[in-house]
Write a protein that binds this ligand. Structure first.
Ligand code: NAD
Length: 494
């Protein structure tokens, strides 16, 4: 039944897409477009407008005017809440349409896309909508003759730049708290996966969002993205993507108006399996999903697996069995476990990492090849390398593809040292039956999240973000809401 609906939606042609500025679709001023190809079969899907500096300026001007116009930032919190709740409902009503559109654009397997993209977007907008009229200001504990009030005020115009792996979910983690706090947003989607965020802007308008509060400028990172980061009238950049681009944003901030930048960057997350893991077969199966879902294109992917020597052979047996059972293929088939790699450029990068790992002496236990070439799509086998030392490229650099690096360890101290021997610190996991070991590891691992006896999984109530070069922004939870407002003091002599 659901497969039939998916197949109907996939057959729909996607018309050429324009920018979304001030409540309307508009061509880029230059008239330039970017061709979009589907990773499912390599065929042309549609085109998007190639926005540049002039278009970003138009969007930021519209956002600033809407913000200053007070139709959003200064209306009663309950009124903002109504619009955002309606918005969440519309996302839910259009969930399958959004999910299929996104999969045609970036190749994520549909089961995961449905849950992670429209599913979490709707949930995120609802969470922040409900928070709007429950967050209070403060009265400072001053002396008798004075009253100190601490207000929270929206920042103004928020620039949002996101990557192509989960544009709707990651975009919503920034757009929802920014809008809930009363800001206007200008979103620059990833050039290879812009379609869902453009559709999201239309649904926002349908929900009653005033014109100019939610704008989308598609285009290249080096043009539209950079113009947004350099714009003098953007107050904050909320970014998820690579470290290279994160550094550029910091430079742009320094070169322009010193706007604050919230950076969520890459990871090389350790997944540590102790011999006393409660259930080896389950640990192996969950670890396989922890690296291979969405073809490894997950920022928190458990890409470094550390296994204690005494359980190594048994664990690796289970791991390879579970890897072998993964069904790689058409991401719009509900039975598929691993979809397409999002682009041919990314596929080439992934295969290059395989070649480097072999050159450096790692032992390939599974996969390593492009497959299903006859479909025209970009598919790759789930790939496992063993005997990976901490010095090897595969331990140090983020692949962002379906490639797992496995390393053995003997003692807890050794596991901690290997786990932390990275410039990243986004996610991690520990498998153990010992409460003490678990708590010691939670303290010892330098990462934004330590999963215990699971890998991945969280919800909107907890923050997500990195330590070290994984960045310093925090998405999700009430902590994120506070990132989109400023504190203002009123000091009143009585
Ligand atoms: P990327 O940095 O190349 O691109 C991310 C976004 O930045 C895109 O929209 C791109 O157009 C834009 N961009 C590129 N150059 C720019 C510039 N000079 N100025 C402004 N914007 C620019 O990253 P990617 O390849 O799209 O995504 C993969 C990376 O994202 C990986 O490193 C991955 O770990 C990271 N990621 C992190 C998280 C997290 O929550 N920490 C989540 C998902 C992905």
């Amino acid at each position: 039944m659901i497969q039939t609906q998916i197949d109907d939606l996939r057959a729909r042609p996607v018309p050429g897409q324009q920018l979304f500025i001030n409540g309307r679709r508009e061509e880029a001023q230059s008239g330039q477009t970017i061709e979009v190809f589907s990773p499912i079969d390599g065929a042309r899907l549609t085109s998007i407008s190639a926005g540049d500096e002039a278009d970003v300026d138009r969007a930021v001007t519209a956002a600033r005017a809407a913000f200053e116009g007070n139709s959003w930032s200064r209306i009663a919190p309950a009124a903002r809440k109504r619009v955002l709740l309606r918005f969440a409902e519309l996302i839910e009503q259009h969930a399958l349409e959004l999910a299929v559109l996104g999969v045609r654009d970036n190749g994520t397997e549909i089961g995961m896309a449905l849950k992670a993209e429209p599913g979490s977007a709707a949930n995120t907008f609802r969470y922040y909508a409900e928070a709007i009229d429950k967050v209070y200001g403060e009265i400072a504990p001053t002396g008798e003759n004075v009253l100190g009030l601490v207000h929270r005020e929206p920042l103004g115009v928020v620039g949002v730049i996101v990557p192509w792996n989960f544009p709707l979910m990651i975009g919503s983690w920034k757009i929802a708290p920014a809008l809930a706090a009363g800001n206007a947003v200008v979103v620059k989607p990833p050039e290879i996966a812009s379609l869902t965020l453009l559709r999201l802007a239309e649904l926002a308008a349908e929900a009653g969002m005033p014109d100019g509060i939610f704008n989308v400028v598609t285009g290249r990172g080096s043009e539209a993205g950079q113009a947004l980061a350099l714009h003098m009238d953007v107050d904050v950049m909320a970014f998820t993507g690579s470290g290279v681009t994160g550094r550029r944003l910091l430079e742009c901030s320094a070169r322009s108006n010193m706007k604050r930048c919230y950076l969520e960057l890459g990871g090389k997350s350790p997944n540590v399996v102790f011999a006393d893991a409660p259930d080896i077969a389950t640990a192996a199966k969950v670890s396989v999903n922890g690296i291979f879902r969405n073809a490894g294109q997950v920022c928190v992917a458990g890409s470094r697996l550390l296994v204690q020597s005494s359980v190594y052979d048994r664990f690796m047996d289970e791991l390879l069995k579970a890897t072998d059972m993964l069904k790689v293929g058409d991401p719009l088939n509900v039975e598929t476990n691993v979809g397409a790699v999002a682009s041919f450029a990314q596929l080439e990068k992934d295969l290059e990492f395989v070649a480097i790992a072999e050159r450096e002496g790692a032992k390939r236990l599974a996969g390593g090849n492009r497959i299903l070439e006859e479909t025209g799509g970009s598919y790759m086998e789930p790939t496992v390398f063993a005997d990976v030392t901490p010095e090897m490229t595969l331990s140090r650099e983020e692949v962002f593809g379906p490639v797992l690096a496995v390393t053995r360890f003997d003692t807890e101290e050794e596991a901690i040292a290997i786990a932390n021997s990275t410039v990243y610190g986004l996610a991690s996991a520990v498998w153990t039956s010992s409460l003490s070991t678990a708590h010691r590891m939670v303290r010892a691992i330098r990462a934004g999240v330590v999963h215990v006896n699971t890998y991945g999984g969280s919800d909107i109530t907890v923050p997500l973000g990195g330590f070290k070069q994984s960045g310093f922004g925090r998405d999700k939870s009430l902590h994120a809401l506070h990132e989109y407002s400023d504190l203002k003091t009123a000091w009143i002599a009585l």
